[in-house]
Design a protein around this ligand. Structure first.
Ligand SMILES: NC(=O)c1ccc[n+]([C@@H]2O[C@H](COP(=O)([O-])OP(=O)(O)OC[C@H]3O[C@@H](n4cnc5c(N)ncnc54)[C@H](O)[C@@H]3O)[C@@H](O)[C@H]2O)c1
Length: 390
């Protein structure tokens, strides 16, 4: 199509404002034109508020809507960025797809598998371009890992993501008016976030699939629940999550995710083991691998086995740089007819979301092994797929 792409964004909250910044930046390059914003709360559409978060923002030429559907029906948009809390979807993605509108959906696309399947069917049937907000796929270092591993078999991966409850932001949705948390920190609340592994650990889950060009076949999980007396102040999500993914190509991936309160500690530890090497995420991304005749007569030194596969520093995987990259990739994929710019689709991302939702089920069922295909298709898991609010 001839550019610029007419873009609308639904949900002008914490993440939505980051995307508006990207859209404003792309607008100056004439890749997109922001034609519409939608949010049920007038304060989130106010010029003065958006300008506090977005450099260079002007409301000129932008029509404001108080509902997603009025934007979808307006005829003003070629593409919509959906950036609302994951428990708030009520068929808007399906209706946008049916109108031929391209869709960038923030993760998690919903908390309920039946809804996700319905969104996926609508998008696939309409044939509209789609992508899901896994911006880490656009990170230079992580892409270097994926390229490096493209001719290798990965036996095991571990990602430890240490964070704290206090790392959650105060959000822009008036959750207190909808039976949600009074402090608007909805990411600490299970009914709104689906658990931290669903809301946040989905990024780590997806990036392990990206690195290995693989899908999750089954999931086992055990969570450590937060004591009930702390729910009022710290939210009701678990303190720690131990999740194991069996990958389709036979490797195993571990995701250890922690959310204590009061620690104010952020840390991470990762390894990727392929048949003949150990990849570590240091300042550089490094593969420890001995290439000579094996076994060597003398033990090799670190320098002998240390191969840099991506020069550092690598500090921006979740940052604004990659939010710009995913937005630009999506917009240009449409304007320049380059679908290869999209590093996922709604359909290809269902596996990441089904996997984290399956982790919740496994934990509820005492660590039962949940096979993703069965979670999606079998009657025995039907009650876990249903959206109780619809
Ligand atoms: N990719 C990432 O790194 C990343 C980072 C943060 C959040 N997110 C995701 O973005 C989404 C939004 O999160 P957030 O942090 O911006 O939350 P938020 O509560 O700050 O913002 C959500 C916005 O959507 C609006 N909204 C709520 N229901 C709506 C509806 N039915 N129609 C239209 N607007 C509606 C709210 O008023 C609010 O302005 C979530 O899915 C979250 O997981 C992704």
């Amino acid at each position: 199509m001839a550019g610029p792409l007419r873009v609308g964004l639904i949900g002008v909250g914490q993440r939505g404002l980051q995307h508006v910044q990207v859209l404003v930046d792309m607008q100056s390059d004439e890749i997109v034109q922001i034609t519409a914003l939608a949010d049920p709360y007038p304060e989130n559409l106010a010029d003065s508020k958006i300008k506090r978060f977005v450099d260079g923002y002007s409301a000129n030429g932008i029509k404001m809507f108080d509902s997603a559907d009025s934007m979808i029906e307006s005829g003003l948009v070629d593409a919509i960025w959906f950036v609302i809390p994951p428990n708030q979807h009520k068929g808007e993605i399906e209706r946008a797809a049916q109108r031929g509108i391209a869709i960038l959906a923030e993760k998690p696309q919903s908390l309920f598998l039946d809804d996700i399947i319905s969104q996926d069917i609508a998008i696939t049937k309409a044939g509209v371009p789609s992508t899901v907000g896994f911006q880490m796929r656009h990170d230079r270092g992580y892409t270097d890992i994926a390229t490096y591993l493209s001719d290798k078999w990965v036996a095991a991966m571990t990602m430890v993501a240490e964070g704290g409850v206090e790392g959650h932001g105060v959000k822009h949705t008036r959750t207190e008016e909808q039976g949600g948390p009074a402090n608007r920190v909805w990411t600490a609340n299970r009914a709104w976030s689906g658990t931290s592994v669903v809301e946040a650990g989905i990024h780590q889950t997806d990036i392990m699939r990206y690195w290995t060009n693989d899908d999750v076949e089954w999931v086992r999980a055990t969570y450590t629940e937060r004591p009930t007396e702390l729910h009022e102040t710290e939210g009701d999500n678990p303190i720690a999550y131990t999740v194991t993914y069996g990958m389709k190509k036979g490797g195993v991936a571990n995701l250890l995710f922690t959310k204590p309160a009061r620690s104010y500690y952020n840390g991470r530890f990762d390894y990727i083991i392929h048949t003949h090497g150990t990849i570590k995420l240091e300042d550089d991304i490094v593969d420890y691998r001995f290439d000579g005749e094996w076994p060597p007569i003398e033990k090799p030194t670190d320098a002998d086995v240390r191969h840099v596969i991506s020069k550092g520093p690598h500090t921006t995987a979740m940052g604004q740089e990659n939010t710009l990259a995913i937005g630009k990739a999506f917009a240009t994929s449409i304007v320049e007819s380059k679908p290869e710019n999209r590093l996922n689709s709604f359909n290809s991302s269902v596996n990441s979301l089904a996997s984290v939702l399956a982790a919740n089920i496994s934990n509820d069922l005492d660590g039962e092994k949940i096979v993703i295909e069965e979670f999606i298709n079998d009657d025995k898991y039907a009650r876990y797929r249903v959206n109780p609010n619809r």
